[in-house]
Design a protein around this ligand. Sequence first.
Ligand SMILES: Cc1cc2nc3c(=O)[nH]c(=O)nc-3n(C[C@H](O)[C@H](O)[C@H](O)COP(=O)(O)OP(=O)(O)OC[C@H]3O[C@@H](n4cnc5c(N)ncnc54)[C@H](O)[C@@H]3O)c2cc1C
Length: 548
Amino acid sequence: MAIDRTRQRWQGWGPIDAPDPLGDRAGAWEYLAQALGATSFATTPALPFEAAMLPPPLEEADLARLSAVVGGDRVLTDSFHRACRARGKSYPDLHLLRSGDAMTAPGAVVLPNSTDEIVAILQQAEGAGLAVIPFGGGTSVVGGATGGGTRSIALDLTRMDRLLDLNETDRTATFEAGIDGPALEAALHARGFTLGHAPQSFLYSTLGGWIAASGSGQQSGIYGRAADWFVRAELATPRGVWRTESFPANAAGPWLGRLVVGGEGVFGVIANATVRIRPTPETRDYRGYVLPSFSAGAEAIRNVVQAGVPAMLRLSDEDETKFLSGFSTFGRRPSLRRRLGEAYLHARGFSRNFCLLIAGFEGEGREVVRVRRAAETEIRRAGGLALGRSVGDRWYERRFHGPDLRDPLLDRGVGVDTLETATRWSNLQRLYEAVRGALAASIAAGSPGRGVVMTHVSHSYPEGASLYFTFLFLRRPGEEIAQWRAIKTAASAAIMDAGGAITHHHGVGVDHLPWMMREKGPIGVEILRAIRKTVDAKGVLNPGKLIP
Ligand SMILES: Cc1cc2nc3c(=O)[nH]c(=O)nc-3n(C[C@H](O)[C@H](O)[C@H](O)COP(=O)(O)OP(=O)(O)OC[C@H]3O[C@@H](n4cnc5c(N)ncnc54)[C@H](O)[C@@H]3O)c2cc1C
């Protein structure tokens, strides 16, 4: 069942009828006011859909060309469906849509059913000079899904959501690219398998988007990131169909399939893809630990990963640990269990500054026990203390719900955004301090109050790890975009200066475009341009994204 846009917030996150998770939480607002240095919160609701400004739809002649390919019922021009594909879910996307600015809405939304239809649409678009924006779940947080106004079409892949093949011998599955997370996993579970890719946007994002944006699921330490589980794809380009290699390995020059992962729709539209699958885990074991410091926690993770132990390891820094624990409990009478827990921590020397580590282990029962013990040896060696399963279970239950807080915060004048990077272990602390410092200073310089800056390590590799920053700030009414841009630019410059990747899993879109020349170098950018020219000489596909 494809994502039903009429049931989703067109300018926010989640179902239209989702309850406000902060509605009756006066204590949480009090805590936030203290943390941000706010005396009160503004009332800044989103404008209703009726107030949205859109560009006109495509002209009749262009619509007739597209309808000739897919039929009139799969070319949508009504304001609602176009507004839903005007932008993705980044901070500026949400702010502009909430303010009624849907001027990037495409001239039409086209819903293809097959690779051949996509090729024909691309060729029609090329002839008519239209831009084509491949659109999966539209959850991009870097402007990757932003439309191009009247002379663009959103190519919405979500009707293409079938399981085409499941090969138990090869442990692979082939899906059409528009299938969303829950549907993909349900189809695999029914046959005893999983892909295990669960980004925080899992409920509303698609396989094609995961591959195109080179994403990482929360359990990438167990199941790998998109680049690890991707096997092959069939892409539609204005030149025709491009099928990438499907061998388990080969030495016939560079592996061209790698261009599909992170291609962001610029090198072709992924119509279907084959992925590596694994048996559904017999056991899931999630646990909490505390570490005396962020650097001690990072050291433990490095040792676990370098020992080849497959685990999800998510380490919050002191500020994130403190904020998350305060935010969830402030204004509530601490339960007996919580008070006992705090007393225990205190007695073991963890009274003020410490870091929470959530570790997850999945797989066959005995193997999970072996892997957990191996990880715990390193955690203990770094001075860590086990908190048990309830903390881990709670994290697992809530693993897709953090983003539910964004809309209520924006409704009360509070900005919230995230960014991520990656570096080698030997540079992790330097990058961490540089980005935190840049975020705190740019928020202080351009916001009415203090900022809250929190960090966690969420994806790790033998040679390094990613850092994920969440920051909250009081918005400057009327100047929200300029305020955000100053913060984003300061953080991005700090990332580059301190030797970090401009993005670890969000992708490039338009927001990271200014940094691509520095990231790839002039020859690297020329190579990307040459590939685009080969598959799409007129630049129909996602113009203005990925390649400077
Ligand atoms: C709250 C929230 C949490 C998130 N958490 C994570 C996370 O944990 N991990 C993570 O990796 N990302 C995360 N993201 C970012 C985003 O969800 C991912 O980039 C996701 O992979 C995008 O999938 P999508 O289907 O929504 O793609 P879209 O947003 O529709 O598109 C993303 C890009 O891919 C292109 N594209 C889409 N489909 C195709 C296709 N079939 N062929 C070619 N190009 C295509 C688009 O043109 C665009 O450039 C999060 C986003 C939000 C809003």
